[in-house]
Design a protein around this ligand. Structure first.
Ligand code: SF4
Ligand code: SF4
Length: 379
């Protein structure tokens, strides 16, 4: 690990890009400061404790610093390692929440009592959005009446069956309509991001291996597609997936796929939020505009600073509400100013976090796939 950290030449170019540095003005909450802290922890010059844990835990893992770093420091890998060093001192709530969210059966058991909480409380709001019944998925879906162009694997992740059932069914509709067989391996689990970010590297590694095995058993695949950009960022770092990973919007926007889909026009306006995981890690952010441009009459506005973080950041929106709220405020103002009919974002936690600030407007917050499936011309 030290050679990785030593790659940082401490130039400071990343500081202006870091949202936590921007809010705090503190070097300790900058990428450079966090790398220095990890180096000091490794050399045992600094003791593991609440303060060190807090400085690492407050990183949103937006990976903006990694994207712009001229020395190509692998910041996320360093941070996962740093958090595993300070795991004993990480907040219990963080470890508990990651453990629950990465186990859908456990999350589902807690949704019912969570729905009894007042909706204005953070947990109550999120429980209100979750589905009590898991979506039943088949291991393989075949397109009707069309020669298969190929077969893709669909990564559903751990929270999809709780929060993203509409996105999953929209993904299946679009892929089948484009003529692809869709494998949805039953053995897949959480992508591992929640555990990795909570410093539980051994469990993250086990989950990653389980997913690799599940997709290996699904037969030959052209691509493995993720529907949430946060999961996609983690899948992108897997080193032995049996097929290339791609964000589903990027796959659907491929010329040979898109030419097989047509959409009804829609006189409406949408604000598009590009999650930091999509921009900074996957680099596939232009696909969504290519897809939406196929809906005639739709006015599309991009919101936010490209590559910036909305503050959702996995569990940060629940555990660090002040910071999460400060990062969301400019986006919420932009949305209120534009007053679009809907806000689109490819990541469930970003959508929930943004929607929570806009409840009274009654606006729809959707994954782009949901709008595309609604407008799809079905023969
Ligand atoms: S992480 Fe990269 S950009 Fe930031 S100080 Fe280190 S070398 Fe410079
Ligand atoms: S990942 Fe984001 S929040 Fe964390 S240090 Fe880098 S720029 Fe800052």
């Amino acid at each position: 690990m030290l050679p990785d950290a030593a790659q940082c030449v401490k130039c400071g170019l990343c500081l202006a890009e870091c949202p936590t540095y921007g809010l705090s003005g503190s070097e300790a909450q900058s990428p450079r400061g966090r790398i220095a802290l990890i180096q000091a922890l490794e050399k045992r010059e600094v003791q593991v404790g609440r303060h060190a844990a807090d400085l690492l835990d407050s990183c949103l893992l937006c990976r903006r610093c990694e994207k712009i770093c001229p020395s190509e420091v692998s910041f996320a890998a360093l941070m996962d390692r740093g958090r595993s060093m300070v795991r004993p001192s990480l907040p219990v709530a963080e470890k508990l929440l990651s453990a629950v969210l990465s186990r859908p059966w456990l999350g589902r058991m807690l949704v019912a009592p969570g729905k009894l909480l007042p909706k204005r409380s953070r947990l109550g709001y999120f429980a209100a959005q979750a589905s009590l019944r898991p979506m039943s998925l088949k291991p393989l879906y075949l397109p009707e009446g069309k020669a298969g162009l190929g077969r893709v694997g669909l990564f559903t992740g751990c929270t999809a069956s709780l929060l993203d059932t509409e996105v999953l069914s929209s993904a299946l509709t679009l892929l089948l309509h484009a003529g692809y067989e869709v494998a949805v391996p039953g053995g897949q689990q959480c992508c591992g991001a929640l555990d990795a970010h909570a410093g539980n590297s051994p469990r993250a590694q086990r989950l990653m291996q389980t997913n690799v095995d599940a997709f290996r058993n699904a037969g030959s695949l052209n691509a493995i597609l993720s529907i949430a950009t946060g999961c996609g960022a983690q899948l992108q770092d897997y080193d032995s997936l049996p097929a290339p990973h791609e964000d589903i919007c990027s796959f659907l926007a491929r010329e040979e796929v898109l030419q097989r889909l047509s959409f009804r026009s829609l006189a409406a306006s949408v604000a598009v939020h590009l999650p930091c995981s999509l921009v900074n890690v996957l680099g596939q952010e232009l696909a969504v505009f290519r897809l939406l441009n196929k809906i005639r009459g739709l006015q599309v506005h991009e919101i936010g600073r490209r590559g910036g973080c909305c503050g959702a950041a996995g569990t940060a929106m629940l555990l660090r509400p002040r910071m999460a709220g400060s990062l969301r405020d400019p986006l919420a103002e932009e949305i209120a100013g534009l007053s679009p009919d809907a806000v689109l974002s490819g990541n469930a936690s970003c959508r929930l976090h943004l929607a929570a600030a806009d409840e009274s407007a009654g606006r729809a917050y959707l994954h782009p796939l949901v709008l595309l499936a609604q407008q799809l011309v079905r023969e």
